[in-house]
Design a protein around this ligand. Structure first.
Ligand SMILES: Cc1cc2nc3c(=O)[nH]c(=O)nc-3n(C[C@H](O)[C@H](O)[C@H](O)COP(=O)(O)OP(=O)(O)OC[C@H]3O[C@@H](n4cnc5c(N)ncnc54)[C@H](O)[C@@H]3O)c2cc1C
Length: 149
């Protein structure tokens, strides 16, 4: 379990990379795609999604950096910070890539644009190296000291 705390931030880093890539595609697309005579980013409904995506990605990145720093400097993961970083980054990747598909509309669903692949790729981060449910179990056990099942 101690090894997992140190290896899970690496999966978190992969998830941050996928989320960032999808966000960058969505941002570029929103600035160039014209509907009703103006770029779709002119709409708060689109712009606010991008703001949320970027905010979550930055938060996930900081959690991954903290856990990675703890691993390389040999600090104890007293609050399951490694599992927390993997949980948050992988769920962020799933959410952000889904939002990217939405922002690209019909094009987001097709294979002509990369975001549908990124969304499929993002799903694995919530499964391997322990599913999100197992991350929550590890975090809950660590913070409570109770063998929650
Ligand atoms: C592409 C890929 C690569 C992989 N690479 C590796 C690898 O390199 N090394 C390796 O060891 N494994 C690897 N795996 C296996 C991966 O770690 C497992 O698939 C994962 O841990 C989930 O186990 P499972 O598939 O048996 O699902 P199950 O354990 O059957 O879980 C099914 C569902 O039930 C939930 N669940 C199960 N138990 C609980 C519980 N106690 N509380 C709450 N929910 C629960 C799970 O969260 C999940 O949603 C890989 C899997 C894939 C798809």
């Amino acid at each position: 379990m101690a090894t997992f705390e140190a290896s899970r931030p690496a999966v978190g880093a992969m998830a941050v990379g996928t989320a960032r890539a999808a966000y960058e595609v969505a941002l570029d697309y929103a600035k160039t795609r014209q509907q009703f005579g103006r770029p779709i980013i002119d709409n708060q409904g689109v712009a606010f999604q991008l703001a949320d995506m970027r905010t979550r990605i930055d938060a996930a990145r900081l959690m991954v950096w903290r856990a990675s720093w703890m691993a390389v400097s040999g600090r104890p993961f007293e609050s399951a910070e490694g599992s927390m970083s993997k949980l948050f980054a992988s769920e962020t990747a799933k959410q952000v890539t889904a939002q990217a598909v939405q922002i690209l509309g019909g094009n987001g669903f097709t294979r002509e644009y990369p975001v549908e692949r990124m969304h499929r790729d993002a799903a694995i981060y919530t499964i391997f190296e322990g599913t999100s449910e197992i991350q929550r179990l590890v975090i809950a056990r660590t913070l409570s000291g109770v063998q929650i099942r």
